[in-house]
Design a binder for this molecule. Sequence first.
Ligand SMILES: *Cc1c(COP(=O)(O)O)cnc(C)c1O
Length: 429
Amino acid sequence: MNEKLPSEALAFDRQHIWHPYSTMIAPPPVFPVVAADGTKLTLADGRQLVDGMSSWWSVIHGYNHPRLNEAAHQQIDNFSHVMFGGLTHAPAIELCRRLVEMTPEPLSKVFLSDSGSVAVEVAIKMAIQYWHARDLPEKHKLVTLRGGYHGDTFGAMSVCDPVTGMHEIFTHILAKQFFVPQPQCRFEEAWDDSDIKPLEKMLAENHQRIAALILEPIVQGAGGMWFYSPQYLNRARELCDTYNVLLIADEIATGFGRTGKMFACEHGEVVPDILCLGKALTGGYLSLAATLTSSHIAETISAGGAGCFMHGPTFMGNPLACRVACASIDLLLDSPWQERVQAIESKLRSGLAPCKDLVPVKDVRVLGAIGVIELHKVPDHRVLQRQFVDKLVWIRPFGRLVYIMPSYIINEEDLDFLLGKMVEVVGDL
Ligand SMILES: *Cc1c(COP(=O)(O)O)cnc(C)c1O
């Protein structure tokens, strides 16, 4: 179903509508999409772009998927929403059953919310309420890694990298948290135990005030697309146990197979105390997120002075989103997703290899279905964006990074096309 977008509509957009991290003075062009199907975005002028972004990690099965469409239609024809206070419904129950089944023990209690940032707020509040209930209210700070990104709301912003996390101007009003350097040991590299020393020192000195360590396991996303050693994760888990600090794994970007494992924590031997999921949860159809924790933590919180967990968004457990999430998870589990992600990974490795020798390129790295070119300098994003669209690919550079994370269903031809255009555009810099 193609809708036309007259130029007046685009003028209205420029005049009145904020886009993510956008300016209202001479905003960069936005490209009007009139259809999206599989791995293709159709622009209003009829051009078809091969999508390299999966709409920020989320559209893992491609756009306009018949099974997800069907699930959404069925739920709409039944009911789209009811409040979750005092009511429940099969879509939420079925989704939480799946989440409990597919995540490791002892994660067994699920809090549903509307977006990744809120899932992080919920995780932070769980950690703080947990220690409060254990009569250790002074344990209310968080420790986190430099280079991290956890969302745009205030609690989440407080644990984003103060510089690359995009929230520098709020630094003085955000809760002050503890930061340790970004892990240096890369994913494939031999482990060097000195990498964990800053975290060890930080926890040794400050654990009485720290409720939790929050991190993105293995892959730091929007803070710099950095892949670090699973041993870091394993050592961090040990240290959390030693120092009585909870471990919050933010798998909002990495969850549901993106790194080659269902959850990135599986690259190590780590089970977090609290797990945040979002992005690909509904296959990119609707905004939905989940925060999981153990019975022990949930029951401790519930037995505390407050008598309950202090959170409850209006659209909590939205049935439409839950129904589509169930369908998306079933689709993933019924598919050979591991082989697909592996095949994408090897193509990314071979396709991006020629970039390593290009003058403007600082580093090339690949993990699972994520391919990253890091440049020495921040390029002119407007120019690059235009070039990519002119070459019929949708790739959105960010900072010094040009990266793709395609849907798992992308075929060889489309992936070759994306990679070819990446090499061309970066080569022309
Ligand atoms: C995107 C992201 C978030 C925030 O999710 P939103 O749905 O944008 O609020 C949090 N953590 C990580 C790791 C993310 O990639």
